[in-house]
Design a protein around this ligand. Structure first.
Ligand SMILES: C[S@@+](CC[C@H](N)C(=O)[O-])C[C@H]1O[C@@H](n2cnc3c(N)ncnc32)[C@H](O)[C@@H]1O
Length: 447
């Protein structure tokens, strides 16, 4: 395809995807949002709508490809090298700017906002303008800022705020020394959890002794931010989209391995009267989970519809005979050998009809593979030409997550062939892939 033909094809994709996104809002009975809206419920409103997310995946990918094609290359490279937006976002989060602006829907002049958030007026103005220029906060008058559709996601009660803080703080901190980690022979060839770039940054080269999760346990404020941020991951991952796709009337037991607090499963348990859901994690986390469920869904705790189980998934066999063993954001934290240990402890508990659901980000090559049909039959979506087959920027959060796993845990997201190989080593075979747009679920059964 010539450059001009490609641009025209991209424009057709953008046009169609925009129509599809509008239709997704219309079919859900939702108005097309305004960027000026401060409706706090909008963070969740369409978060599980796969029609919208499929359209936005095409839009994000095709729009960036269009600009990369037409813009002078220097401009595109400089864009990709810049981190100030992340730095400004972190400052806005830590200073609690969105929360202060919440009480001022008409906006606040920076001279009034400055003493409340303790940032010098001139610097505050530049930080907020940089963010407003990327549609986070709105400059309602010169030097006067208000919340908008994006900045309400930074309010203290929004787990997306904690997730953004995790990216801007720990991932940013470790990312700054990625090359130093790679050029040091002690860490370059290692996949040990303690040898991650973040630990290199925090402890210094050669002094890394603990991995990310152990470090979190000794850093309570960051552990709290991480645990709440995981709820934000849930919003992004679209876990609830799965609720619509499975035959829940035929499923009676789900065991959530490494569940965390597992609050994302509350709607699932609410909707399915015959379902028993078992949360499994380390003792401190399970105790926290019991507290949260007792507060938010006491009848499920009293009736035993939800059960709580202490489980070290490396050392103990999971609860026996469950219909589904579900793992969300678990295997991507661990090496293949460690992941195999977890799968073996699940396999030992499975009955013949049990299924394993691995919910992570699935890495797709940016090269167009010949056997697209076979991928489609397994449930993996591929973007139309001339887009990159893996949707390019439409899947950037998947690739950013892969790099974040390298930076924090020295681990990785996996490709489908890697998942299949891992499953086989544990005596499990692929059933299908559930493409949830931001993430995927790989379903396995007994080989
Ligand atoms: C990234 S979080 C994911 C939590 C949850 N599945 C979610 O998606 O929100 C990883 C979880 O694995 C748990 N974990 C780490 N090591 C574990 C172990 N050895 N045994 C059981 N759980 C463990 C952590 O406590 C944490 O809750």
């Amino acid at each position: 395809m010539s450059g001009k033909t490609e641009v025209q094809a991209l424009l057709r994709i953008i046009n169609q995807a925009t129509q599809d996104a509008l239709a997704a809002y219309a079919n859900s009975g939702e108005d097309v949002p305004s960027l000026s809206s401060v409706d706090e419920t909008s963070v969740l409103t369409m978060a599980n709508n796969l029609h919208l997310k499929r359209a936005v995946r095409l839009l994000e990918g095709a729009c960036e490809q269009l600009c990369a094609t037409l813009a002078p290359p220097g401009q595109s490279i400089v864009d990709r090298s810049q981190t100030p937006v992340s730095n400004c976002l972190r400052a806005a989060i830590h200073a609690g700017i969105a929360d202060v602006l919440r009480g001022h829907p008409e906006g606040m002049h920076v001279k009034d906002l400055s003493p409340l958030v303790k940032i010098e007026e001139g610097k505050l103005c530049r930080i907020l303008r940089t963010l407003a220029t990327r549609h986070c906060f709105k400059e309602v008058d010169v030097d006067t800022f208000a919340n908008n559709r994006l900045s309400v996601a930074l309010l203290k009660n929004s787990p997306i705020m904690n997730l953004a803080d995790l990216y801007a703080t720990e991932v940013g901190n470790g990312g700054n020394v990625l090359y130093e980690h790679l050029s040091d022979p002690r860490s370059n060839g290692s996949y040990h959890p303690a040898k991650s770039p973040l630990m290199y940054a925090l402890k210094g080269p050669g002094n890394e002794t603990v991995g990310f999760f152990d470090w979190l346990r000794s850093t309570p404020d960051r552990e709290k931010n991480f645990n709440t941020g995981m709820t934000g991951v849930g919003t992004l991952m679209g876990s609830l989209a799965l609720l619509e796709g499975l035959p829940w009337d035929k499923i009676s037991t789900v065991c959530d391995i490494g569940s965390g607090v597992g609050a994302y499963a509350i709607p699932l348990v609410q909707q399915n009267v015959n379902l028993k859901y078992t949360l499994c994690d380390m003792p401190a986390t399970i105790d926290q989970a019991r507290e949260v469920w007792t507060k938010e869904f006491p009848s499920a705790v009293e009736s035993g519809k939800v059960a709580f189980s202490y489980l070290n998934f490396f050392e103990e066999v999971a609860p026996a005979g469950q219909d589904i063993y579900y793992m969300r954001a678990i295997l991507h934290s661990w090496t293949d050998d460690q992941a195999l240990g977890i799968l073996n402890n699940i396999r030992a508990a499975m009955k013949r009809t049990s299924r394993v659901f691995i919910h992570d980000h699935l890495i797709q090559s940016s090269a167009r593979v010949k056997n697209v049909t076979a991928h489609a039959q397994l449930g993996v979506d591929t973007a139309p030409e001339p887009m990159l087959p893996n949707f390019g920027s439409g899947k950037k959060r998947t690739f950013n997550m892969d790099m974040s796993m390298l930076i924090t845990c020295n681990s990785k997201e996996r490709t489908l062939p890697e998942m299949i190989t891992l499953g086989r080593r544990a005596g499990l075979k692929l059933v299908k892939v559930w493409d949830l747009v931001e993430t995927s679920i790989v379903e396995l059964e007994f080989e």
